[in-house]
Write a protein that binds this ligand. Structure first.
Ligand code: PEP
Ligand code: MG
Length: 876
């Protein structure tokens, strides 16, 4: 067997090799093949990353040898040499996973500079200023990302030197100033790290490659992966690329651009650049960049060439491109291209227009929008009237659309804590960095002082669908005092503000929000998804209001109506308590008689809202003591109401206490003890269905669902009660009404004996919440407290209550599908656990042969799109 190949030169790869080369590496290779000017280099593959971890976090000899060989090739191609005193090779090192991951180490530039080569570069370019500027940047980046020495320490020194020299901008510093700065940076390095700054370029390179691999497992990357369904097994690639310089004077520059507007989707080139600057300057927001259209005046030839290549790239990739470029003394280079992140609105507009332009097919369009992103379209906007009355206190860039209102907090940590306490928060920062990711997730909106439309805050917020106003220089933030000032007013931590991410306006007050209006593009796009998918999407809804909302979002029925939610109503709870605390069947029946008309009314409302669509109603599920008071005072009041003594009632309530209520007297077990509850619920369901059928002419087939079944005999026991009551009513009313009795599959034993269960059940609905709880043995209510340790220790990548555990719980689902169908080939199969609205889980259910998923109303469009994507991918 030949040696495993870990390193690929750019001319050895292509866009199809993303798994191995990462997105960035694959696209650099593709651009090289297309003849686009790309500085040459090589990619250390994702397999090298996996190997690095397998070898106990070391780069083995084979990888090191191959890096050396690739380096030699690069030296030959560029006619430069690492550490050379004649023509030194300088490279950039960038991470690049299969999916772009802002949580990881990003970039090191100018690698290869040391005390000697910096002098050579200065001489060769006849530009000392440039050479020392590049060196000080390299020292800072290397120290920060490889050695973990905070970059702010370097920025402080930079500010100090600028102050001493009495200048405002970095660009005002002279070569001598920068030489002095380099010395200071090296001193800091030595003092803090105990070693001299490494002078050997190969050491610099190997240390940097290792740092990229290490960064795959930093905590930000782990959080990002969990939020974005990226498994830890993928690993990242590293790209080593010869440097070109945007900081060589006024015919040099660097920028980023999108082929269409990533916020609105409009078909115009959109981007920013800076003359005489290097990479990070544009995104870091240190100097305010120029719009790309200005390049036409600054460097017209470069502009034309740029526009031409950008348009070709979009046609080639059939998608909106996000590109990075550098101009070195009038010569244009592309450093990166990738499918650009965009808002959900932009995503829909771009996809629909690209189909109209004949660039892509409808199927390709349906694959272009991440289902999770749709969520942001469905959330509130400001009430226009209230907005018109509100005063704009500041204006920034409309970086990510939407409306947000909340209390201001100045650190990611504070945002996270206060959000966990139930507050709506707005994160206010000078600028954001990947460390802020958790605070950004917790925030309703993000406001930054610095940074353009392509700053970290803007890019990440758009990806998450969170409202963001960036580059708001009108406000003065003091992060350490936790205040911001605007005009004469000071805002403190906890004060309310509102942000409009579509205009960039900031308001110093809370503004009411209203439901969104969905654009025409949404309707067109979703109709394509609906035409494609075979998996149906229902909703979990307990009230006519939720049901109507879900129908608007495209729900094709109700997959789960939890009847207990109707019991918590203020007016009903006393009757419910009376029912629970009854000491005889007779007493209980009396209370149930009072509940019957209330439940019937609920079901009538739901049937009317859903018209002819199927509705699954589930019997009472939770442990009864959940409905009872726990405080003495409340128990005293209730005792009075019921006409019993306090002590008696308290004893009664205590006897209902359970050590493990989730596994206690709940679900069908209640009906086994008290069949009269099932009688009442059956009566309410059937009578409501008959009434609505007669009144509105709908053809209703009630689906009655029995929860928490683990044994066919207990299902049969409850089903017999249902059938007896239902048939009696139907016969009495003389109506032709069909109904179905089915069960939830949410206890492992039910999945294991699904062939037996299916002899009685006419449908299965997988309750993957309880099925996950009981398969893992993790309490649904408590697992959050310790799952964090599991992510940190890489035992689990994801929360199994959010994303279905396909290996374990999924195996039970598949088994139950097969066993169920064996007994009853036409059995109806659905899912009503939370996983029904999670895109990757939806894909799994589609592939497992499930007929429908059911999820909360706001996730219905997400599930519809995920189902269409599963259909397309599964066919291929
Ligand atoms: C489930 O267990 O997945 C389910 C849908 O029921 P509940 O969440 O009400 O227990
Ligand atoms: Mg359940």
């Amino acid at each position: 067997m030949g040696k495993k190949k870990f390193i690929y030169l750019f001319n050895e790869g292509n866009a199809g090799m993303k798994d191995l080369l990462g997105g960035k590496g694959a696209n650099l290779a593709e651009m090289t093949n297309l003849g686009i000017p790309v500085p040459q280099g090589f990619t250390v593959s994702t397999e090298a990353c996996t190997q690095y971890y397998e070898d106990g976090k070391t780069l083995n000899d084979e990888i090191l040898n191959q890096i050396n060989e690739a380096l030699e090739d690069l030296e030959n191609k560029t006619n430069k040499k690492f550490g050379s005193h004649e023509n030194p090779l300088l490279v950039s090192v960038r991470s690049g996973a299969r999916a772009s991951m802002p949580g990881m180490m990003d970039t090191i530039l100018n690698l290869g500079l040391n005390d000697e080569t910096v002098e050579v570069v200065a001489k060769l370019t006849n530009n000392h200023r440039f050479a020392f500027d590049s060196y000080r940047r390299f020292i800072q980046m290397f120290s920060d990302v490889v050695m973990n020495l905070d970059k702010r320490r370097f920025e402080d020194i930079l500010d100090e030197v600028k102050n001493n020299k009495g200048v405002k901008f970095d660009t005002d510093l002279t070569a001598a100033d920068l030489r002095e700065l380099v010395e200071k940076y090296k001193e800091l390095y030595l003092k803090e790290l105990g070693n001299e700054f490494p002078q050997d370029p190969k050491t610099q390179l190997i240390e940097s490659v290792t740092a990229v691999f290490r960064s795959w497992n930093n905590s930000r990357a782990i959080v990002y992966r969990r939020l974005n369904d990226i498994p830890s097994s993928w690993g990242t690639a590293v790209n080593v690329q010869s440097m070109v310089f945007g900081n060589m004077g006024n015919t040099s520059g660097t920028g980023v651009a999108f082929t269409r507007d990533p916020a609105t989707g409009e078909k115009v080139i959109f981007g920013e650049y800076l003359i005489n600057a290097q990479g990070e300057d544009v995104v870091a927001g240190i100097r305010t960049p120029q719009p790309i259209s200005r390049l036409k005046e600054d460097l017209p030839e470069c502009f034309d060439q740029f526009m031409n290549i950008a348009s070709n790239l979009e046609k080639h990739y059939k998608d909106m491109q996000d590109m990075e470029f550098t101009i070195e003394q009038g010569k244009l280079y592309f450093l990166q291209t990738r499918n650009g992140k965009r808002t959900a609105q932009a995503g829909l507009k771009i996809a629909v227009e690209m189909v109209e332009e004949g660039l892509i097919t409808k199927e390709e369009a349906v694959l272009k929008v991440d289902p999770k992103q749709l969520d942001s379209l469905l959330h509130p906007n400001f009430d226009q009237k209230k907005l018109d009355q509100a005063k704009v206190i500041a204006k920034g860039l409309p970086a990510s659309p939407g409306a947000a209102c909340g209390k201001v907090y100045f650190t990611a940590e504070d945002a996270k804590i206060h959000n966990a306490q139930g507050e709506k928060v707005i994160l206010v920062r000078l600028e954001t960095s990947p460390e802020d990711i958790e605070g950004m997730v917790a925030a309703e909106g993000i406001l930054t002082v610095r940074g353009g439309m392509t700053s970290h805050a803007a890019v990440v917020a758009r990806g998450m669908g969170t409202c963001c106003v960036a580059g708001c220089g009108d406000i003065k933030v003091n992060e350490s005092k936790k205040i911001f000032e605007v005009s004469d007013k000071v805002f403190h931590e906890g004060d309310y503000i509102s942000l409009d991410g579509s205009t960039g306006n900031v308001y110093g007050e809370a503004i009411k929000t209203v439901e969104p209006e969905i654009s025409g593009y949404f309707g067109i796009y979703m109709s394509w998804a609906d035409d494609i998918r075979s998996l149906k999407v229902r909703t979990n809804a307990d009230t006519p209001r939720d049901a109507l909302q879900a129908v608007k979002f495209g729900a094709e029925g109700i997959g789960l109506c939890r009847t207990e939610h109707m019991f918590f109503d203020e007016e009903r709870i006393p009757v419910v308590r009376e029912m629970i605390l009854s000491e005889s069947e007779e007493q209980r029946r009396k209370a149930l008689d009072k509940l019957l008309p209330m439940q019937k009314k609920d079901f009538i409302g739901i049937y009317e809202a859903m018209e002819d669509r199927p509705v699954t109603i589930r019997f009472l599920d939770p442990p009864l003591h959940e409905f009872l008071p726990s405080e003495d005072e409340d128990i005293r009041d209730l005792a009075e109401e019921l006409g019993v003594s306090f002590e008696h009632l308290k004893g009664n309530i205590e006897s209902l206490h359970e050590f493990n209520p989730m596994m206690g007297h709940r679900g069908c077990r209640l009906t086994v003890s008290y069949p009269e509850i099932a009688e009442m619920q059956t009566r309410a369901i059937i009578e409501a269905a008959i009434e609505v059928t007669r009144k509105n002419g709908f053809k209703i087939v009630p689906e009655i669902m029995i929860p928490l079944v683990g044994e066919v005999k207990e299902l049969k026991y409850v089903k017999d009660v249902v059938v007896r009551v239902a048939d009696e009513i139907i016969a009495k009313e003389g109506i032709d009404m069909k109904y179905l009795v089915g069960t939830m599959i949410e206890i492992p034993r039910a999945a294991l004996t699904a062939d037996q269960i299916a002899t009685e059940a006419e449908f299965f609905s997988f309750g993957t919440n309880d099925l996950t709880q009981m398969t893992f043995g993790f309490s649904r209510d408590d697992a959050g407290k310790f799952l964090g340790d599991y992510y940190d220790k890489k035992i689990y990548d994801f929360d199994p209550f959010v994303k279905l555990d396909q290996d374990g719980v999924g195996k039970l689902v598949k088994m139950a599908v097969e066993l169920g169908r064996k007994t009853r080939p036409d059995i109806k199969l659905g899912v009503c656990g939370e996983h029904g609205g999670d895109p990757s889980s939806v894909t799994f259910f589609h592939n497992a042969g499930i007929e429908y998923v059911s999820c909360s109303p706001f996730r219905v469009p997400v599930a519809r799109l995920a189902a269409a994507q599963a259909q397309i991918r599964n066919k291929r």
